[in-house]
Design a protein around this ligand. Structure first.
Ligand code: HEC
Ligand code: HEC
Length: 252
């Protein structure tokens, strides 16, 4: 895909840099080794879909470590899953394949993941998120766990929503239609979020993609936060609270 061409090039270049870095790995201390794995995970697309202590699109690394703690072949299995991609072991979403990672890199990543088996259990949930109530066209009230508008305004969208608008109209509009509206090429995303689809599922579809059906995977290209901003924009559009075109914001 042409849009992602530039990304692929930088990705390959950075992988080459990491390969050189990992040649020194045998002589690294524990702390240095951790930093080297972190760099590998950050430079690959893992962080779009995984975190240490909470589920994102895929399971948390510490949950993976505890599931495989007593499995003698865990390292081989996990190396295979990451390289070839996987689905069905943890849920319905698919992990994309990673053919570019080298054997040593995969071994290093998997050893680190498995070492998390004694990690502290997931951090307690944050205090209940603040709620925001909006009145939609038919007079009904909807409650969201994020704001669409700046405080004291019912027109100027938040920075996050504005960024979502920009990202949507840079990367998604080609197939899903300008301003999240009708399109012949791909489903109208307003319907997807209208049907009550939660942020989590939106994130999973966007990161994993459905390559066989023409929906690209955006893992490694977008962070979790960026996809959340797109979701917020599309949600506002589906509720008809945000107009088509460039929405008013603090930049106006
Ligand atoms: C597009 C999102 C996505 C990306 C990118 C991704 N993963 Fe995953 N990962 C998943 C999902 C979803 C699962 C669960 C798959 C299943 O149910 O079999 C998973 C499962 C795993 C597992 C457990 C596999 C098993 O057989 O139980 C490991 C280990 C893992 N991922 C590591 C990684 C690493 C390391 C990277 C980066 C090189 C990465 N993942 C990138 C989504 C992703
Ligand atoms: C190259 C065309 C293309 C681009 C670009 C694209 N998509 Fe898609 N997308 C599709 C197609 C085609 C489908 C329908 C796949 C199917 O039939 O399951 C889809 C499906 C989806 C779905 C599931 C919708 C549903 O009703 O099941 C979501 C969510 C989604 N895309 C979000 C996005 C976002 C967000 C972006 C921008 C970051 C984006 N897409 C960019 C082609 C695209």
């Amino acid at each position: 895909m042409s849009i992602r061409g530039g990304f692929t090039v930088t990705f390959v270049v950075s992988l080459a840099a990491i390969t050189i870095a990992t040649m020194h790995v045998a002589s690294l201390s524990g702390q240095e080794r951790q930093t080297s794995v972190e760099k590998l995970l950050n430079d690959s697309d893992c962080r779009s879909c995984h975190a240490i202590d909470r589920k994102v699109v895929g399971p948390s690394y510490s949950e993976i470590a505890s599931r495989y703690a007593t499995d003698a072949n865990a390292d081989q299995k996990l190396v295979r899953s990451i390289r070839a991609g996987a689905s069905g072991n943890w849920g319905n979403f698919r992990m994309t394949p990673h053919p570019a990672l080298k054997d040593e890199q995969l071994a290093e990543i998997v050893a680190w993941i498995l070492s998390l088996k004694d990690a502290a259990p997931a951090a307690p949930q944050e205090a209940k998120a603040k709620q925001y109530t909006y009145t939609v066209n038919d007079g009904k009230k909807v409650v969201l766990d994020f704001p669409l508008f700046l405080e004291g305004s019912d027109k100027k969208v938040t920075k996050d929503v504005f960024r979502g608008y920009e990202l949507y109209n840079s990367y998604c509009y080609r197939c899903h239609g300008q301003d999240a509206s009708q399109s012949e090429l791909a489903p109208d995303l307003r319907h997807f979020v209208e049907a009550g689809t939660a942020n989590q599922e939106f994130l999973s579809v966007v990161m994993a993609g459905r390559e066989d059906k023409g929906m690209p995977s955006w893992a490694g290209f977008f962070s979790e936060e960026e996809v959340q901003k797109i979701y917020r924009y599309v949600k506002g559009r589906s509720l008809e609270l945000i107009p088509a075109g460039r929405p008013p914001s603090e930049y106006d």
